[in-house]
Ligand binder design. Structure first.
Ligand code: MRU
Length: 371
């Protein structure tokens, strides 16, 4: 998508320097747009762990590029295979919930295992990383096409010019993928198609990915939006001000249970109580084909307490970002980064192949080769 009118992806390999991975440093947004250079596996692991990059697809693609650097580093080690598996483990352990990370690293290991020599393995990892990034962008683009049909149906029931109101949580935008985003792809497609659309953007405490990232990227594309405090969604739904909820997911079981940013479950409950359709948009790389029970089996990341006890933002009349304490000194905080929405609360899943029911039968019909 665009930054000041210039097309960008979230992560890419520098064309002119072997072994250089470039990312948009998302910690700095929306107050500064900075590109960060990553030259070692360690730097990639830190960038994922400390959320310079974040969002399921984006961390998957970043890890895939990280495995290219891993292959280069392993080629200097006495035992390539042992070194590459150590690097892979280091990357996978950085963030536990988003399954795209493990998926991308395993795909990179498989691509390299098919080659005999270190040079071939590095080349294979590079080809495969580019394919992972391209496929991620393409899957999101196709999610946009399928979701656009839903939005068109809702628009048809509205007075001419009245916008379809979509509520989204966190950032499942292009920043969370390589391009387009999952939850935002139908929104961007509708905007491009001239369908009037307005987005309610949950601020998404504690890290405020909605207020900082989703609002920024929607603004860059000229999509009408309003940031709301996290607890506002239910009130809006009771008043008929939300036509559709679309969220992303960090991991969805093959039975349709959805792990997503903390607070998603409450939006799904409110949507069900108010008859508002609740859709989850995801590329197939965000399915976990191995687990059936999301509540019991999806690992929920717990992050540092300072993300809850402190807030950061721009200081008044300055471009300096400052952090302020929110709670009394010494107060205990808890920081669960994700929750699980049971499949029964999900109206449907918008995938790159089309929209399916959020249950084993619906997912099996869409992806029969996985079962
Ligand atoms: O902790 P994050 O920012 O990496 O969390 C990911 C998210 O932004 C959301 O959970 C998103 O809706 C799913 S990722 C496409």
């Amino acid at each position: 998508m665009h930054v000041d009118g210039i097309p960008y992806r979230t992560v890419w390999l520098a064309p002119d320097e072997p072994g250089l991975v470039r990312i948009i440093d998302q910690r700095k947004l929306p107050f500064a747009f900075e590109i960060e250079d990553l030259r070692t596996v360690d730097a990639v692991a830190v960038a994922i762990r400390d959320m310079h990059v974040r969002g399921a697809g984006c961390i998957g693609a970043t890890a895939a590029y990280g495995m290219v650097l891993a292959a280069m580093e392993a080629s200097a080690a006495a035992d390539f295979d042992s070194a590459i598996h150590q690097h892979a483990a280091r990357l996978v352990e950085t963030r536990p919930t988003a399954v795209n990370l493990r998926w991308a690293v395993e795909r990179q290991l498989a691509a390299m295992a098919a080659c005999d020599w270190a040079g071939e393995k590095i080349a294979a990892a590079e080809r495969s990383a580019r394919a992972i990034a391209d496929e991620d962008a393409d899957a999101c683009r196709r999610i946009g096409e399928h979701g656009l049909n839903l939005i068109r149906q809702l628009a048809a029931a509205k007075a001419l010019g009245e916008p379809v109101n979509v509520l989204t949580h966190c950032n499942a935008g292009w920043l969370a993928f390589v391009d387009h985003g999952s939850a935002t792809a139908p929104i961007y497609a509708a905007h491009l198609a001239g369908v009037p659309i307005h987005v309610w953007v949950d601020e998404t405490r504690p890290r405020n990915q909605g207020a900082r990232l989703t609002a920024w990227e929607l603004g860059q594309e000229g999509v009408a939006h309003t940031v709301i405090a996290d607890n506002t969604g239910g009130h809006l739904m009771q008043r008929g001000l939300v036509d559709l909820v679309i969220t992303g997911t960090d991991r969805t079981t093959y039975t349709g249970d959805v792990a997503n940013k903390i607070g998603t479950y409450l939006k799904a409950l409110a949507a069900r109580d108010n008859g508002v359709p609740f859709y989850v948009a995801l590329p197939s790389s965000s399915f976990d084909w191995e687990i059936a029970d999301g509540l019991r089996e999806i690992p929920i990341e717990e992050r540092g307490s300072e993300e809850v006890s402190h807030l950061s933002g721009q200081a008044p009349e300055s471009d300096v970002e400052v952090e302020v304490r929110l709670v009394p000194p010494g107060t205990r905080t808890a920081n669960y980064a994700f929750d699980v929405t049971p499949s029964r609360l999900v109206t449907g899943l918008i995938t790159e192949r089309g929209i399916c029911d959020a249950n084993g039968a619906g997912i099996r019909a869409m992806f029969p080769e996985r079962f």
